[in-house]
Every structure is written in structure tokens, then in C-alpha cells.
Ligand binder design. Structure first.
Ligand code: FAD
Length: 494
């Protein structure tokens, strides 16, 4: 019997991982992609002899990658390296950064001047966060939901002792456990990945501190993050998966309850038995399927994660005092956090993140130089539409960074590229340039997140950051498993 055919719209990690799983189960897969190469946000920029990871620079829950290759019964081609320290945090009023270690004795030494009994306090805090993680991961993260009530039913299985954490903020939780502003600020940074401030993020997300500090830490890939894409694509090529790049889908041809084919902007038709959409699961339903529930006014009312303002610099010289991952923060944390999601102007004193991947992958930069990736989270295009000030914002960040690390970056710059939220939206169809997709408030997760199975068409599915379970590389890999399970079940294979 002829293998059934699956069309995947988008070659982000969600699309690639789904292609890997489905070809392992005998499906014929074809991929259409708007960008000129695979990877989506997990992409690569090569310029002036430097190689940059375009977006992601590390990941947690490394075992999800292992699960993906084990599922497909192929050896894991990735060589991964644990980050130690996990990251460095620079505060404006303090020369020396705080180095964040998983080893709690070492971590406590970093905070010896500001936080007494750090080991005991952190152990207690992480132990509660760990219990929450293990009590919820199979119920909330690794499961398909057929309806909101199905989801709410599942939630009743979460032990009641965790419920107060749904009603207080992450900041309040940190205040209950720690005294110093520095520890509270650093441990609360994870909330921004979820699309909110620690003052609004529910304390349940303290489980992310457990994943970074205790459970599996943070990891990087030898040879750069884009190796993930290259290795998966190599296997897919060997399996005969056809990729069509520079091919954007603009409509779906349907036949009562079936999605028959997808039509590209240049008029080509791609027919399949099943279609998996790796483009944003909310905005695709609005823009392409014209669903009223996801019309632009509705999308604009949803909560979205911050947009990236990214700078890629090739710099002459070695910046030995920078670590692989570095956060540069100011002294007005609450005020900054309260404004950054919805301000219409560029920050005067930006908070930003710096990654120098040439420190661990020297072949990303020519001898005697470094590649530097700077990410400044900014409001999405609903709030700040005009990015004519992008060069000025980049200059401000570079001048601040130069001062704080004592190295004249501007004078030694060999290569410089800036991407604003407009570029991110245009390259990968990220809604209003939001970097991580839909936010993860309690009203936008589980059964309340756009489902990975279409509401109208029986053979249309979704995978990736804005469907279940949510955003981030390992979570998107879990998403590919959930979507694959849906297809196998609907096809009578499980
Ligand atoms: C700057 C930045 C830094 C990040 N850092 C990290 C990090 O360090 N660690 C981490 O875990 N996560 C990080 N993330 C988040 C992570 O990148 C995402 O969660 C993940 O890559 C999402 O994968 P995806 O497959 O869902 O979507 P995408 O990567 O967005 O892939 C979707 C693909 O679909 C294509 N597409 C869209 N519409 C169409 C259409 N109509 N027709 C054809 N193709 C279409 C797009 O071009 C894209 O290639 C970061 C994100 C950004 C932006």
C-alpha cells in the first residue's frame, strides 16, 4: 500500500522534529518553507567570515533531544555541552558579575555579601519547585487535550498543595524565600521567557528555576546551535523528504471537513493526506484560515512574548571577561519590567543579553576575534511600530556594554547586522514580531492554548511554539511528539 503523504508548512524545529518522527513511522513527508533555509528561529547568519546563531543560543531539558532520536531509533548525532557557569549577571552598580552555578556551594559564594544562608534557602526553594515540576509535567506538558474541560479534569490530578502558587506571583514567591534584591531579580528573569513580568507571572513557574538550577541545567551544541538543524535535515534528505524553500503558503483548499492542499504565494499547489502547520498556530488560523476567533483584533488582545531586537557583531580581539551567556541589567528592575511590554519608545538604558559563542566554538569567528550576539527584548509591533531608531538603540547598547566590560567594541567592530521586530516578523511570520510566540499565562496554556488539532478540518494539525505545550526548543520537541501522536491515532496506527 502506498505511504500516506504529510505536508509540513514551516521548517522550524517543530516542523523538522515532526518530519523526523513521521518519516520514522513510514509517512512520506514534504516541507514548504517561507525562508531560504531550514530552522525557523533556530537559524544561522554567516557574514564577513563570522557565523552567528540567529536566535536560540542554549536550551534546557536536553533529554528531550535524546528522546526525539530514540523515538526515531537513530543515534543522536548532536554533541552537547553543559554550561558551567550557567550564565553571568551584571548589575549596573556592581563591577563584578554574579556567576550562576548549579553547584549550590559555589552559587552561595557568589552571593555571600548579599544573601545569608543561601544554600539552605535555595535548597528549600528548589525542592518545592522540583516537586511541582514532577507533579505537573505529565499532566500539563506531555499530554494532548481534546477540550478545555478535558484539560480542567486533568488539572484536578495535580496535588492540591501546589494550588497557592497559582494565585501568588513569582516575585511574591521569591520574596518569601530570599531577602536580597539581586537573588530575586536573577531568579525571576525566567518569567520574561514566558511572556510576562515576575510581578504578574504565577509562582507555578518557579519550576523553571528548578529546571535550570537543579534538574538538567543549560546546554549548548558543539559546532553551534544550527548543528541541530543541519543534522536533522541531513537525515530527512537521506529519507527523501522534499524541501521547497522561498515558498510561503497563503491559502488552504478545503473540502467539507478536509484540508486538501496548500497554495503558495506563487500559485503552486501542494496536496497531502495530512497537513501539519508549523507557522504560528494562532495567527495562521486568523490570517490564512480567516477564523473569526483569531481575527487581528482578537490576536491583538492575546498576550504575546516580547519581541527581539538583535545585534550580530564580529569583533577584533578577545573579550576574556565575558562568559558564554551574560545578562546586563540596570538598577530600576520593577519600573523597567512594568514598562517594557507596552511602551512605544526604545529604552534609554536597555537591559540586554550577550552571547559569545566563539568562546566555546572557536570556528565561529576568524582567529583573534569573537562573534557577539546581543538580544534586547523590546515591545512587540502592537506597541512600537517605528524602528527608524534601530541604529541609535544599537549604538546605546554597544556603548553601555563597552563601558561595562572595559573594551571599545565600536572601534573594533568588523561586522555589524541589526534585526528589529519588523525583520523578525517579515522573515518568519512571527506575529507582530513576538519572539517566543504566545505568552504562557494560565489563560493561554494547556486546554486554553490554540490546539494542535484543527477545530474544523480533520486532517489539519499544528506544531510549535504557539500551540501546546509552549515555546522553547525542548518544549517544541515535545510538541512534535504530541502532534505525531494525534496523527497516528487518527490514522488508526495507535
Ligand atoms: C531571538 C530569539 C532567541 C531565542 N532564544 C532561545 C534559547 O536560547 N533557547 C530556547 O530554547 N528557545 C529560544 N528561543 C525560542 C525558540 O527559538 C522557539 O521557541 C522555537 O525555535 C520555535 O520553533 P517553531 O518550530 O515553533 O517555530 P519557528 O522556528 O518560528 O518555525 C516556523 C517556520 O514556519 C515558517 N513559516 C511561517 N509561516 C509560513 C507560511 N505561511 N508558509 C511557509 N512557511 C511559513 C517560518 O518561516 C519558520 O521557518 C528564541 C527565540 C528568539 C526569536
Amino acid at each position: 500500500m502506498k505511504n500516506k503523504k504529510v505536508l509540513i508548512i514551516g521548517s522550524g524545529l517543530g516542523g523538522l522534529a515532526t518530519a523526523l518522527r513521521l518519516t520514522s513511522k513510514g509517512y512520506e513527508v514534504e516541507v514548504v518553507e517561507k525562508y531560504h533555509q531550514a530552522g525557523g528561529r533556530l537559524n544561522q547568519l554567516c557574514k564577513d567570515g563570522f557565523t552567528f546563531d540567529l536566535g536560540p543560543s542554549f536550551f534546557s531539558m536536553s533529554y528531550e533531544f535524546k528522546e526525539l532520536f530514540d523515538y526515531c531509533k537513530i543515534p543522536n548525532p548532536l554533541v552537547i555541552k553543559e554550561l558551567n557557569p550557567l550564565y553571568a549577571v551584571y548589575f549596573e552598580n556592581r563591577l563584578k558579575p554574579f556567576l550562576i552555578y548549579k553547584d549550590l556551594e559555589k552559587l552561595a559564594k557568589e552571593f555571600v555579601d548579599v544573601e545569608a544562608n543561601m544554600v539552605a534557602k535555595t535548597e528549600k526553594y528548589l525542592s518545592a519547585a522540583g516537586k511541582l515540576f514532577h507533579d505537573t509535567e505529565d499532566i500539563v506538558i506531555r499530554r494532548n487535550f481534546n477540550s478545555k474541560s478535558d484539560y480542567l479534569m486533568q488539572l484536578t490530578r495535580v496535588p492540591l498543595k501546589h494550588s497557592p502558587k497559582m494565585f501568588r506571583s513569582m516575585w511574591t514567591e521569591l520574596e518569601k524565600n530570599f531577602d536580597s534584591q539581586e537573588v530575586k531579580v536573577i531568579f525571576s528573569l525566567v518569567s520574561f521567557f514566558l511572556g510576562s513580568t515576575p510581578f504578574q507571572t504565577p509562582a507555578v513557574y518557579s519550576l523553571l528555576n528548578y529546571t535550570e538550577l537543579k534538574h538538567d541545567g543549560y546546554w549548548n551544541v558543539e559546532g553551534g546551535m544550527y548543528k541541530i538543524v543541519e543534522e536533522i535535515k541531513k537525515i530527512l534528505d537521506q529519507r527523501g523528504v522534499k524541501f521547497h524553500f522561498n515558498t510561503e503558503i497563503q491559502s488552504i483548499i478545503t473540502d467539507s471537513k478536509k484540508a486538501k492542499s496548500a497554495i503558495s504565494v506563487d500559485g503552486r499547489e501542494f496536496a497531502a493526506d495530512y497537513i501539519v502547520c508549523n507557522a504560528d498556530a494562532a495567527s495562521f488560523r486568523g490570517k490564512i484560515l480567516k477564523r473569526a476567533k483569531y481575527a487581528q483584533v482578537k490576536l491583538d488582545k492575546m498576550e504575546w512574548t516580547l519581541a527581539p531586537f538583535t545585534i550580530y557583531l564580529g569583533v577584533k580581539g578577545k573579550m576574556d571577561n565575558l562568559h558564554h551567556h551574560n545578562y546586563f541589567l540596570g538598577t530600576n528592575f520593577k519600573d523597567y519590567a512594568d514598562k517594557i511590554f507596552s511602551t512605544g519608545i526604545s529604552p534609554k538604558k536597555p537591559y540586554y543579553y550577550v552571547n559569545v559563542s566563539s568562546r566555546s566554538n572557536p570556528n565561529c569567528a576568524p582567529e583573534g576575534s569573537e562573534n557577539m550576539f546581543i538580544l534586547c527584548p523590546v515591545p512587540d509591533l502592537r506597541f512600537k511600530t517605528n524602528w527608524q531608531d534601530s541604529e541609535t538603540l544599537a549604538d546605546t547598547i554597544i556603548a553601555d556594554l563597552s563601558k561595562r566590560i572595559g573594551y571599545d567594541i565600536a572601534a573594533n567592530t568588523l561586522s555589524r547586522t541589526i534585526l528589529t521586530p519588523i525583520d523578525w516578523e517579515e522573515k518568519f511570520n512571527l506575529y507582530k514580531g513576538s519572539g517566543l510566540g504566545l505568552a504562557h499565562g494560565l489563560n493561554q496554556i494547556g486546554g486554553f492554548r490554540p490546539s494542535n488539532k484543527d477545530e474544523e478540518f480533520d486532517n489539519l494539525y499544528y506544531v510549535g511554539a504557539s500551540t501546546v505545550p509552549g515555546t522553547g526548543l525542548p518544549i517544541v520537541i515535545i510538541s512534535s511528539k504530541l502532534t505525531t501522536e494525534r496523527i497516528l491515532k487518527d490514522d488508526g496506527k495507535i
